[in-house]
Design a protein around this ligand. Sequence first.
Ligand SMILES: [Zn+2]
Length: 330
Amino acid sequence: MKHLLLASLIFIGCQADPEILMTVNGPVAAEKLGTTLPHEHFLVDFIGADSTGYSRWNKDTVFAKVLPFLMEAKKAGVVTIMECTPAYLGRDPELLRRLSQKSGINIITNTGFYGAIQNKALPEVAFTMSEDQLAGIWINEWNNGIESTGVRPGFIKIAVAGDSVLSPLHEKIVRAAARAHLATGLTINAHTGPEAPAKAEIQILREEGVHPSAFVWTHAQGGSISAHIDLAREGCWISLDNIMRDNIQEYLALLINLKQNNLLNRVLISHDAGWYDVIDPQSVTYRGYTDLFIHLKPALFDKGFTEEEWTLLTVTNPREAYTIRTRRLE
Ligand SMILES: [Zn+2]
């Protein structure tokens, strides 16, 4: 009994210490994360929250489609991928677990609700419930897993649209995310784009007592370079996440700006690529997950970037951004 008590005290005492991230197969130590793509997709269903569901795709077909792209990424050195598709937009934890087990890649999924695309991907409860009730749904997924899969989310994914003033509905979603963050330590990845709504989100987080370092400004390539500097200095993560062969020069300029301002330690880079499109699987060309390594890396090195800076961008920053830890305002 004494030993049991001691063991549990040690466990409780260490709980805040071991740095972990949560994958679809359970926790992974932060130092094991390796090269990480922090914003990708495998499967997306844009039909809308009122019509989507697991019956709309065949898991075996999607599995067969996605797997070769994961193996290709693995060959390029990728160890971990954050699959950023939220609930009601094609999130399928069971499929992700199968893909992770077969490919050997760590896959991280999410909880939260997606308010962009005219609120089409929001379930009815997003409109009727309070901030605390919405946060409660996401906290429950963290505590008990998603549906009956046992898969736990590794971050909170939300999406807002609009300008410097968010709609009451989107403000509610951001407040709910802040409260869920304080309860779980899960980082908030917010599909945002321009800087005006990003600043509005950070202001709401501050009102809720959440530090900007809990916030990933997703699609920050849609904002100005001066906003990148300002928000990175506040601690926010600048997610430059639609990198592909054809736009390397644009991203090079953004990364050089951040480097010149000593802010490379706040930057996340990814492809926002994929994906199996449920609405029309034949019409879409699936984008793979290797342009960063084949095209961006040599272009950065030509501009004087070092191996250490590459490691910062692809290993250290995603690990630091998504390690499960509550980030409160002092
Ligand atoms: Zn995305």
